[in-house]
Design a protein around this ligand. Structure first.
Ligand code: 5GP
Ligand code: ZN
Length: 146
């Protein structure tokens, strides 16, 4: 890791430097995975890059390859850690409006034990508001930027 990639006043950079303690589950030169303090469910883990990227809007393709490749490995280890884990939500909040509180990119890995787990993954269906034309317009607007 190159320490110049970290910033002083960031909570997760402090966790990377060891200035704030954490329960580490995986670490190498590129990423660190540690328990989220809130434990939405038991095993709730955060995977973070060891580079101060604010959120997904900061990632280059090289950053994505370097940092996000570890998601399956950590997810599979969480699943194996408890036979009662039936599924896993992977969530990322990008920007304040999307619920991001800590402004250092992090992937939430949240094990699901059953329907009673209190997680607010929105199951909203607005399909009635879309016809073929509107779907195509929305898809094209995104496609034009790739
Ligand atoms: P966000 O809302 O930004 O996606 O999530 C930030 C997460 O960081 C929250 O789930 C919160 O519980 C977690 N968090 C905040 N402070 C700490 C801390 O000091 N240590 C750990 N391990 N997690 C933290
Ligand atoms: Zn940071």
């Amino acid at each position: 890791m190159n320490n110049t990639e970290l910033v002083d006043d960031c909570l997760f950079c402090k966790i990377i430097k060891g200035n704030v303690p954490s329960y580490t589950v995986f670490e190498n030169d590129d990423v660190k995975a540690f328990l989220d303090i809130s434990q939405v469910t038991k095993g709730h883990t955060l995977l973070i890059p060891k580079k101060h990227l604010t959120n997904i809007f900061d990632y280059s393709q090289a950053d994505a390859q370097r940092f996000l490749q570890y998601i399956p490995e950590v997810a599979q280890a969480i699943k194996k850690s408890d036979p009662n884990i039936k599924g896993l939500n992977i969530c990322v909040n990008n920007g304040e409006v999307a619920g991001q509180v800590v402004m250092h990119s992090h992937i939430h890995l949240i094990p699901r034990y059953g329907d009673e787990d209190a997680i607010s993954v929105p199951h909203v269906n607005n399909a009635d508001d879309y016809d073929e034309t509107r779907y195509q317009e929305v898809a094209d607007a995104i496609k034009d930027n790739l």
